[in-house]
Design a protein around this ligand. Structure first.
Ligand SMILES: *Cc1c(COP(=O)(O)O)cnc(C)c1O
Length: 388
């Protein structure tokens, strides 16, 4: 507290996230977990890896968890475990991080980009349905910014067309989806596979790279596990072509500590979101994130839409006033050079295009103070009153 007010005298700075502050609260536990691994020297596949995988599976409600090197590997290995063939099509939203689609292309499959819903930022069953052809084999719905995709209708389309579903749950660990019959499931546990990233800035982040694949399908989970370890069933006996993707023992030990605080951190994000909602209600030209009825929101990002072509202007104004912000994402996948000649594009991707010009994510993390938030709100209002 003291430190914060001292910093303020030299000008206010509000950061997108504050890992230092987050770690300082649990530093003793983290240090002990790290020291335990250093003392054991079991840096690869130490007992902490299995322990963490079991805790994470229990936390999400999934039966199996396969730890891997990062969230992108999780997606790639999940796709590999489906046993698709070159030329098979995989549907993915055009408004997402590159990793969701990159892995499809990397495996010689065809990414098919579909549009998203303007309110939720997520793709819909209708958009997916329209892009399905005889070659379509799988869908990768992405639970963007902390909220679930409309999974009931997506799963229905998948069932109807016999498509696999791999949930890209890099951003939405702990979000809960409610089906129309009242059943509640965590994101990542509704498709064949759920893929989670532990990149340091994610809601559950480690101190380097990390990821995990979750599944209820024993055969497919075993196949993913085999692929992640060189397709090796017994030492030096390789059944299939795999790769090398592991969660370090150190990262697993760190994640076990941080998982214990995930619910508390999520609750803090949600209260911070409520403060922004209240402060920014009715501000002309600013749209706050919509909560969908079927999902809880874990606020990986708090993403505004800024009208009138003023997004970059607002971002500059905030920056001049010491407030960080980020554009996730400035360019939709259909305009990424990397996919030219490889991808197929859905009929209409205009929402993705529009969002890339309007979105602005403002500081959101569990350590954010009401004082910092009020300052951010005040600055946004100041800009809006003259420019929007
Ligand atoms: C972060 C992220 C990934 C990739 O995770 P890494 O651990 O960085 O490889 C994939 N998809 C989405 C939507 C992400 O935000």
């Amino acid at each position: 507290m003291m430190e914060t007010s001292q910093q303020r005298q030299g000008g206010i700075a509000v950061k997108m996230l504050d890992l230092k502050k987050q770690h300082s609260r649990i530093r003793k536990e983290l240090d002990e977990a790290i020291a335990g691994v250093v003392d054991s020297c079991r840096f690869i596949n130490g007992p902490q890896v299995g322990q963490f995988a079991a805790s994470l599976a229990a936390y999400t409600g999934a039966r199996y968890a396969v730890p891997v090197g990062n969230g992108t590997d999780a997606l790639q290995i999940a796709l590999m475990a489906l046993g698709l063939n070159p030329g098979d099509e995989v549907i993915v939203p055009a408004f997402t991080y590159i990793a969701s689609a990159e892995v499809i292309a990397l495996l010689g499959l065809t990414p098919v980009m579909v549009d998203v819903d303007y309110d939720s930022f997520n793709t819909t069953a209708d958009n997916i349905q329209r892009a399905i052809t005889r070659s379509t084999k799988a869908i990768i719905p992405v639970h963007l910014f902390g909220q679930s995709c409309p999974m009931e209708s997506i799963l229905e389309v998948a069932r109807e067309h016999r498509l696999h579903v791999i949930e890209d749950n890099a951003q939405s660990i702990a979000a809960r989806y409610t089906f129309s019959d009242g059943t509640v499931r965590q994101t990542g546990t509704m498709g064949t596979f759920g893929c989670i990233s532990f990149f340091p800035t994610k809601n559950l982040g480690c101190m380097g790279d990390g990821g995990i694949i979750i599944s209820d399908d024993q055969t497919k989970a075993q196949r993913a596990k085999l692929i992640a370890s060189h397709g090796q069933s017994t030492k030096y006996y390789h059944d299939i072509v795999g790769c090398n993707s592991r969660l370090d023992t150190l990262q697993a030990a760190i994640l076990s500590v941080k998982l214990r605080y995930l619910d508390e951190c999520t609750a803090h994000r949600q209260s911070a979101a409520a403060i922004y909602d209240e402060g920014l209600r009715g501000v002309k030209g600013i749209t706050t994130p919509k909560r969908m009825k079927y999902s809880t929101h874990v606020f990986h990002q708090y993403t505004l839409k800024v009208a009138g072509g003023q997004r970059d202007g607002l971002r500059q104004f905030l920056s001049d006033n010491g407030v960080e912000s980020m554009v996730y994402y400035p360019r939709p996948l259909q305009r990424q050079q990397a996919f030219r000649g490889i991808a197929r594009y859905g009929d209409n991707l205009e929402v993705s295009e529009q969002l890339c010009g309007e979105v602005l994510s403002i500081p959101m993390h569990p350590e954010l103070t009401a004082e910092e938030q009020n300052y951010v709100v005040e600055k946004i209002k100041e800009y809006a009153s003259t420019h929007l």
